[in-house]
Design a protein around this ligand. Sequence first.
Ligand code: OGA
Ligand code: MN
Length: 283
Amino acid sequence: MRGPDLRETLSDETVAEIRAAWLEHGVLVFPDQLLTDRQQVAFSMRFGPLEEDLIDPSKFIANLGNLDEDGKLRDPASLKSRFLRANQLWHSDSAYFNAAAKFSFLNGRQIASDMQGGETQWADMRAAYDELDADKRSVIDGKVVLHDMQTSRAKTGRLLSPEERAKWPAVHHPMVRVHEETGRKALYVGSQATCVTGWDEVASQKLFAELMDFATHDRFVHTHRWRQGDLVCWDNRRTVHRQVAFDEARFPRVVVRTTVRGTAPDVIDGKPVDEFARARAAA
Ligand code: OGA
Ligand code: MN
């Protein structure tokens, strides 16, 4: 059976079916859906209001490809390519916003047919949480984590400028998130996780590394090998993802993303989120 043609306006029933399948599986793949920006935005908006592009807030779509404006391969050493390289670390989209992303849609607009590498991988943080032993759960339940974009950029060697830092300040999220729609718990840790509130950075990073090691074991991971026209959709509240490295100076790989905005928690662990920010400012 073929899936729906996502270039067309779908019925509410079809959208509800897709949403239900999405909540059940976490990641959905629709092959042969080479969309225009307008079609991708229209389809994505059926699932909620969209985030603006980080770089150009006049658009609801982000081009994460490795070609520049005139269609040539961009220098892998350019600022933009280095900025995007943080996508190779396990992360959940927009974890650096209070209202971290709900859903992401990534369309393979141009994928070299002889591509080597460049897959995208997802890890199921809900399945991983379910399998954590009781001791580990008792350590992490109720903990709050500071997420900072600078932390992931420091790992890929392209630090944010003072202006960028001011634009994207660090935010707090619970370490275990309860999904608003399914009620299921999932680990919420990724490349921006900086420290557990009340813990020092070394102990925090050690815990994050242990958890990510566990959660990205093969049995929790799905790898997608791209074909042009694939539309891959994931739930950021349940999964983390990363790009597998590839030769950026050789293979064109243009993927374009739309993102459904999340809602910020008012309260984390019984305390208003503001309280964490105030405590941190005072520290
Ligand atoms: C993203 C992302 C990874 C990739 O679109 O949010 O992290 O494989 N992409 O391009
Ligand atoms: Mn991403």
